[in-house]
Design a protein around this ligand. Sequence first.
Ligand SMILES: Cc1cc2nc3c(=O)[nH]c(=O)nc-3n(C[C@H](O)[C@H](O)[C@H](O)COP(=O)(O)OP(=O)(O)OC[C@H]3O[C@@H](n4cnc5c(N)ncnc54)[C@H](O)[C@@H]3O)c2cc1C
Length: 637
Amino acid sequence: MELRSRIPSGPIEGKWDNHRFEMKLVNPANKRKFTVIVVGTGLAGGSAAATLSELGYNVLCFSFHDSPRRAHSIAAQGGINAAKNYQNDGDSIYRLFYDTVKGGDFRAREANVYRLAQISVNIIDQCVAQGVPFAREYAGLLANRSFGGAQVSRTFYARGQTGQQLLLGAYQALEKEVARGGVKMFTHTEMLDVVLVDGKARGIVTRDLRTGAIEAYAADAVVLATGGYGNAFYLSTNAKNSNATAIWRAHKRGAAFANPCFTQIHPTCIPVAGDYQSKLTLMSESLRNDGRVWVPKKAGDKRAPGDIPDAERDYYLERKYPSYGNLSPRDIASRAAKEVCDEGRGVGETGRGVYLDFADAIQRVGEDRIRERYGNLFEMYERITDENPYKVPMRIYPAVHYTMGGLWVDYNLMTTLPGLHVLGEANFSDHGANRLGASALMQGLADGYFIIPYTIGDYLASAKLEKVSADQPEFQAAKRGVADNTKQLLGIDGKRTVDSFHRELGLVLWEDCGMARNAAGLKRALGRIPEIREEFWKNVNVPGSDAELNQALEKAGRVADFLEFAELMCTDALHREESCGGHFREEYQTPDGEAQRDDSRFAYAAAWEFRGVGNSPVLCKEPLTFEYVALTQRSYK
Ligand SMILES: Cc1cc2nc3c(=O)[nH]c(=O)nc-3n(C[C@H](O)[C@H](O)[C@H](O)COP(=O)(O)OP(=O)(O)OC[C@H]3O[C@@H](n4cnc5c(N)ncnc54)[C@H](O)[C@@H]3O)c2cc1C
């Protein structure tokens, strides 16, 4: 498989501008002759569908939710980065670019990251124009706070509900186009296959989740904006419905999957409380602007936090990383939390927790100010734990949160399948091996509002696109494949629930491909996953029928895909014999326990080609070159 990244030539500052000029345009009167399918209505898909329709394309937009507003993006709490430099604290496009390349541990494409930093400033203007109520300073200027891995304040926010407010903006734009007739919206509709005609992505097959009807839709190009696959781990901070099905099935049709092992473990989540928990809750990174992370100095210290004097506390992030302190990047803060818990200094009943303490901040600025900044997050914490974080420190622990891997895309956001484009968390993104906080919303909206509207025009204007119809054999064959798969799942009639398989898989991944990985564990997982998969296909029980709403059936399809995908994730983690960002291989660490990259062997994006379930995938490498940010050992000390 050939990986053509299509990075434009020339100095980095001018690449995107020149590329936009050089790309072909579709004449306004011709745009209505093209139909584009957009799957997903989160920030990436919603913004893309609205914008493509505003441009004049016919858009068919799909979501398995009952409303576009239910997309997982609504859960984003803390904020969105942009290099506006409103604080006059030294920020610039170049600094955001630099921080992101370094934050991703040098495993992202420089050209993409630079473009992202450039576009970040337009996103804020776009959203303000839509009426997104970003927090403001007393004088009226938009307010900013800091996120991990940055020494400037560049994060725009709407209390702890930034994703919700941004999604309402994109949703309004989308609904305007639905009302105008430019977008035809299909809710409760799950995409289950991509259809190729003459090697190009020309449509999708869907299942109506209420009636079970399986349909095929034809188009000139397909855009997937279907979110991340963190739920492969069963427990994660993602919305329960987030899954890998859309991108996994596209992968099985030939789209390369890049860096599947790059998973982000977020340091500040409410700790796991029991075996039957089905969801984890994030406590936004923004809380680390004011909260101080600590554990007792002494192992096994069971005193209440208020009884432990300052001198007997270890503010380990401030101690180990004095320049960035509590705002050290996520991968580093997560590993540091694991380390102190492994030493027996963790807090809470399970010993897998650390404190996030606001006492000093409350003393400094007052409780009202803290409530103003994080009120809804504190309320959420109290409702879940029954502890008042204004009075006692929060207890937090790392949890699976985001996936940097995804379908491989070129500079135009097109996969290795011509016509198939991928946006947002579903692509292998601009974040390398570790995403900095508040950068996912930035990337999803950059992709949807500002990149795909240009690049898809270039594709449509350049590709030779014969007329296709959903009655063609390729579509009918794909429909039959989906119907057979559904029948097979319902026909097994075994003894175990879908969730029990999912939980088992999640535990394997967390233990052996989680925050710390090693060759022995990964090999163990690679032995175990096919066994679980085999048992799934013999012994899963999917009650109900395929002609009505059947959530067990929906889940079964998604878990079946996770069971295939998980093998690729572990294969990728095993082959990458280095540590970088969120991929921490215990065998490869510096003497002080930091990630040890091996640039001579692994400075590439690993893009995998599918060769059948259970067969070894083929590795293709996209070399990464760093002309602007020198490859160095990352340091936040
Ligand atoms: C708790 C939490 C807080 C976060 N906070 C922040 C933050 O403060 N700042 C930040 O930058 N990032 C944050 N993130 C990350 C960020 O929210 C996500 O990366 C981002 O919202 C993903 O957007 P998306 O549009 O790519 O996908 P999603 O919002 O996940 O949308 C996916 C869409 O695809 C649809 N879909 C998926 N599969 C199918 C299918 N097969 N058929 C039909 N439809 C399908 C879904 O219905 C949905 O509409 C947070 C993440 C979490 C979990």
